[in-house]
Design a protein around this ligand. Sequence first.
Ligand code: MOS
Length: 760
Amino acid sequence: MRHCDSHLHVSGRSEYVDDVPAPAGMLHAAVFGSPKAHGKILSLDLEAAKAIPGVRGVFTYEDIPGSKLIGALALDEPLLAQDEVMYHGHPIAIVVAETPEIAAKGVLACSIEVDELPVVTCPREAFANGDLLQETRVFEKGSVDPVWAACDVIVEGKVDLAGQEHLYLETNRARAIPREDGQMTVYSSTQSPSATQKHVAGVLGLPMHKVEIDVKRLGGGFGGKEDQATHWACMAAFTAKLLGKPVQLVLGRVDDMRMTGKRHPYKQDFKIGLSSEGKILAYEVSHFQNSGAFMDLSAPVLERTVLHSTNAYAIPNVRIRAAACRTNLPPNTAYRGFGGPQGMFVLEVAIEQAASKMGVAADWIQSRNLVHDGYVFHYGQEVEACNQQRTWDEAMERFDIEGLRKRIESFNAENRMVKKGFALMPVCFGISFTKTFLNQGSSLVHVYTDGSVSVTTGGIEMGQGISSNMIAICSRIFGISPTRIKSNSTNTTRIANISPSAASATSDLNGNATIIACREILDGMLGVAAKEFDCDSSELSIREGIVYQGDSATEMTWEQLVLKTYFSRVQLMAHGFYTPPNLHFDPVKGYGRPFHYYTYGTCLIETTVDCLRGTYKIDASRIVHDLGRTIIPTVDRGQIEGGLAQGIGWVTLEELAFKEDGRLASHALSTYKAPDAEFMPDEMELKLLENVENPGGPLGSKAVGEPPFMYGIAAFFAIRRAVEAFTPLKEDEIRCPMTPERVLMSLYPEFAGSKSEVSC
Ligand code: MOS
């Protein structure tokens, strides 16, 4: 089976929010964002904008009819700035006009006077100022302090880890349509329709049942629309209410890039201690998260950073400090991996530095410390059904790591200006929302009298293939062709209290719910057939659209049984609800069993660096990945390759450059470089671990959305190995991403000058 939307996508016929024909009289909104990163608003002049012919209204904080504050965890964010602007691009006013062009002109006519306040963009500086979004937290396993003395090798260092722009193809957007009796329908590009519903209702001052959110699909989300699609939906909705007309708000690329939060940049301090045999005995890390101006999802992102701070390694003594530092940047937010990559990255730096000091390869240390069954993580969860070592061993053997090491050594000995390097990255990623209550999924399955089937779940199709997975699941449980099944938009009137499509858990939660709904319908249908054949329904099944008794086909088709069921007045629709068992997590102590299971894998990345120019090529990525039993192989491969591409992009090309005044300089695709197909490895090898079952996932599958992202981290270290083959690496602070510019400076530190790049 293919991705069910592929024929629509390639022919350009799939519908996104603004592809649906506009309702009569629809108006267009544009956002006036702050030209300063921090300051008090002295005056706001909107008269010139209001006077433009075709402008129907300009709205500010004062005009919001209901709650003026939004926020997933804390209502700490004014929908529009009230008297203080907190970041460059901070929305202040909304211009609504007859066309998008007039609305844009209106925005240009808005003017503001700001009494500027100090702009802080560095989390260490915010930390020093005590400007934190929550109390700094410390998590420990064992005790690091007494162990340092017993270590044969200790290294300490600092990391400066950049953020990442989501760069979904479809920018944030919403269309709000006022309905009878004060109701509002919103078509939104959100990963979280129920959160959007709740906030739109709040902003309008309506009960939630008067607000309907509908989402057919997103042109990518990657976490960027988990919480931050809400704002635009609220803006479209309240201006639509005030004007009594449909309003659509589509962010242009530059506005989307400068007004929305990104992957959190972190600054980190680490200290690692090992025995001479390469066992990690103690690890200490401090995470200074650059949270941006408001809470958004910073606390749970930081929590996952803490949980994944030891990645795939068994470490007896651990101390992790975590600070959420408020800065004058847009509130940073969810992004594939949700803080996990930041937690894992710094440990790989620590291992690299220890390896360098010990004169061994990093993979020698990695291989001696992998997690195993019975290991208990610092947050209390015991590892079960662990496949980490299997993925590592298969990678070592299948990719002939020892042969590769020799080949690269001799290549580097023979070539002066071109060098090669490789690195391995084991990944152990916990599957579940760490907010335990979010681990619930719902599905509504309808079988119509002609035998066609429709399925609606809480899952959002954002290109990842959730619709295809749901169709495949219905098809397998019912025993009918996928062509008879349609997946519907996600809609809050059909499914209530939807968890965001996030945490890699969407197929697990909604897929298991779909299985429950399908089984309920099927039980009823087989009961009807059992009467017909005068047998026990346990003898009956449906295969390829035919009713079977034992192993023999009967004369009865799926369609005939559907009709019989209908005429027997037995239900042909069902709602399934699923929640994974045995999850518990105390977020205050940071202790419990937050994850349903883990996804394991190991990735090898090989690179070549041009030591004259600093440019590089990713030659190969080779992955051994534990997927359980894949539902649709091409969909899973798409997730693995896409995640890998984003992970490689994060540590290599993608550079968010903020000016000292808090302005995002790389605010367009001309200045923000993301990997393209050409940049991706020529050889992308993927080996799925065989004979693995996952009782926790639907049809034995495993979650796949986020874990492959972290494979990309290997690219950073592979490039550094190549650079190191040219000249020793000298740095006070390890900085990520490794852009070609930075590679050039590390190749020729003498030309890079004594003044290092601006840092704090
Ligand atoms: Mo995802 S980063 O959990 O929206």
